[in-house]
Design a protein around this ligand. Structure first.
Ligand code: CTP
Length: 419
């Protein structure tokens, strides 16, 4: 799950590289909407950009059709990041002075999203005191810059003025998003997927968890700038972009990976951790006959089980039990097939966590492995019923709620300190 990048292309020769830039941003998981200035159309065609990005290409501020379909204010608001590449000396000057006389500059004035510029121009223009002052103004307002770099310039001269290389711009997009999101500067650990508990080299105890929900939460937290470690049991889900994955198999391995990854500000236990593991993991495949004989019956066998560590409870009680810093928010799931809310309340208390996302995992709900989820957010003070929605949307809603809660906590602390 990537971000939505509004790519404003202004009229420098480097504009011819922007279909490649759009493609690489999309490879990184983002969606790209190109906006072309009039002079940029001399260097790159709207058709090339539309073909690569799969998006409508915007350009004419005064097109009534565009305004009807997608007003410039909405274009500005829908972006997670606005990238100006190449950024000419002219557009940098307009941005510094708040001019808005075409679609790109109007969006730049209206957007609240982070703005990244990739300047490209003749070295003398870049060195000029006016451009230096404009850059200073923009940077002091929080605009981030990538490049320019030294090299051969379109004008035949050499110097500092080439647009930064495309992989560097793509990396700068990632770091700008990370640095400006509401959860930037925070760390989260998310567990996801099932665990596999071996019985012998070919058999294991597992459950129907797909990892979809945990992975969606990890992706949504990362999108808000959080530094996320995803500790996942075996799953075919792709690893979300910008998330550090620790792949594990068993509950004991998951516990160790979580402990190694602490401390964190946020812990979300979305994994369906097996409560039990086989007391013995046989080194060789257990033969039907052997098992039958040893237990004195050929049609019946028993496997002895040992309880696994409770990862959620361990994390929620750090400080109380093992010392160390407990995450500010410890969030668990309650996978239930009956008395969903009641059982979730009991789990909230017994595990010592802050929130429980309760869901009904009975087979008719198709929650395990399915695409949708119906959540009840249970806290000590309240129960909130979320409508049935995609697991991706549940992830986004939860990440937003976490960001709001941490921001409110910070405000309360600041307020408390001042009074
Ligand atoms: N959990 C955990 N470690 C375990 C078992 C569960 O971290 N060994 C976490 C899950 O990730 C989830 C929460 O605890 O966030 C509740 O899991 P659930 O399977 O619903 O409950 P259990 O604790 O296993 O209790 P029960 O099976 O009796 O319902």
């Amino acid at each position: 799950m990537g971000n939505h990048i509004l790519l404003i292309i202004t009229g420098g020769i480097a504009a011819y590289k922007t279909p490649e830039l759009a493609r690489r941003l999309m490879d990184a998981g983002h969606t790209v909407t190109p906006v072309l200035s009039e002079s940029a159309t001399q260097f790159v065609t709207p058709l090339a950009l539309a073909s690569v990005s799969g998006s409508k290409v915007y350009g004419d501020l005064f097109s009534l059709t565009d305004e009807h379909e997608m007003g410039h204010i909405r274009l500005a608001r829908d972006a997670d990041l606005v990238l100006v590449a190449p950024a000419t000396a002219n557009v940098l000057a307009k941005m510094a002075h708040g001019e808005a006389n075409d679609l790109g500059t109007t969006i730049l004035l209206a957007t609240e999203a982070p703005v990244l510029v990739a300047p490209a121009m003749n070295w003398a223009m870049w060195d000029h005191a006016a451009t230096r002052d404009n850059m200073h103004t923009l940077e002091s307002r929080g605009v981030t810059t990538i490049g320019p770099v030294a090299g051969d310039l379109a004008c035949g001269e050499e110097g500092m003025g080439r647009m930064a290389d495309i992989p560097d711009i793509v990396n700068a997009v990632a770091s700008t998003l990370k640095a400006t999101g509401p959860l930037s500067g925070t760390r989260a650990i998310v567990t996801s997927g099932p665990t596999h508990e071996p019985i012998d080299p070919v058999r294991y105890i597992a459950n129907r968890s797909s990892g979809k929900q945990g992975h969606a939460i990890a992706a949504a937290l990362a999108k808000l700038g959080c530094d996320v470690t995803l500790v996942s049991g075996p799953t075919v889900e792709p690893t979300p972009k910008a998330v550090k994955l620790i792949a594990v198999e068993t509950a004991v391995e998951m516990m160790a990976a979580v402990e190694q990854s602490l401390p964190a500000d946020i812990f979300v236990g979305a994994a369906a951790v097996a409560d039990w593991r086989a007391s013995e993991n046989a080194p060789q495949k257990i033969k039907k006959d052997t098992l039958g004989q040893s237990q004195g019956a050929s049609e019946h066998c028993e496997i002895s089980l040992t309880q696994n560590p409770d990862i959620l409870k361990t994390v929620a009680t750090i400080g109380a039990t093992v010392g160390g810093r407990r995450p500010t928010l410890v969030i668990g799931f309650a996978a239930e097939t009956q008395n969903v809310i009641e059982n979730a309340r009991t789990k909230l208390a017994s595990k010592g966590c802050d929130w429980i996302l309760a869901n009904d995992v009975s087979s008719e709900q198709d929650t395990f492995g399915g695409l949708d989820n119906e959540i009840h957010l249970v806290t000590r003070a309240s129960v909130e019923d979320w409508p049935r929605q995609s697991k991706l949307d549940v992830g986004r809603k939860l990440a937003g709620r976490i960001a709001d809660t941490l921001a409110n906590n910070a405000k309360t602390r600041a307020g408390g300190g001042a009074s």
